[in-house]
Design a protein around this ligand. Structure first.
Ligand code: 5GP
Ligand code: ZN
Length: 114
C-alpha cells in the first residue's frame, strides 16, 4: 500500500529524490537528510506501515535489507559499530510515520550522541 501524503512513500516511488544506498524487493535504504553521523541511513519498507510494532511481518521482510545495508556501511565507510534503532510514536521521537530503521555508523572514538 502507498500513501500519497507520506514523504517516505514518495521517496520509495521516486517522486522525491534521495541518495540511495541499497534497494531490494522489500525495502530501500537512503541517506538521512540530517545525519547524526557520517553515513546515517534509513531502511524503509516499500509498503506503507506506520511503525515497527504495527507490522512484525514487515520487519521480517526488511531484515535482509537491514543486514545488507549495515554490511555496506561497515565496508564502504569503515564503521566499527552501528546504532540500529527505530522510534515508535511521537513521544519516542518518531517524526515520519512510515516505518524506518535508522542505521547510524560509529567510528571508534567519535563523540557520543547525547
Ligand atoms: P524519526 O524522527 O521519525 O525517527 O526519523 C525521521 C528521519 O527522517 C529524521 O532523521 C529525518 O532527518 C529524516 N527525514 C525526514 N524527511 C526526510 C526526507 O525527505 N529525506 C531524507 N533523506 N530524510 C528525511
Ligand atoms: Zn508511507
Amino acid at each position: 500500500m502507498i500513501d500519497p501524503t507520506c514523504i517516505f512513500c514518495r521517496i520509495v516511488a521516486g517522486e522525491i529524490p534521495s541518495r540511495q544506498v541499497y534497494a531490494d524487493d522489500a525495502a530501500i535504504a537512503f541517506l538521512d537528510m540530517e545525519p547524526l553521523k557520517t553515513g546515517h541511513t534509513l531502511v524503509v519498507p516499500r509498503t506503507h506501515v506506520t511503525d515497527l510494532l504495527a507490522a512484525p511481518d514487515v520487519l521480517a521482510a526488511i531484515a535482509p535489507a537491514i543486514a545488507a545495508t549495515g554490511d555496506l556501511l561497515t565496508h564502504k565507510l569503515g564503521a566499527t559499530g552501528m546504532n540500529v534503532l527505530s522510534n515508535v510514536g511521537a513521544d519516542a521521537g518518531q517524526s515520519v510515520f512510515h516505518l524506518h530503521v535508522h542505521l547510524i555508523p560509529r567510528y571508534g572514538d567519535d563523540p557520543g550522541m547525547g
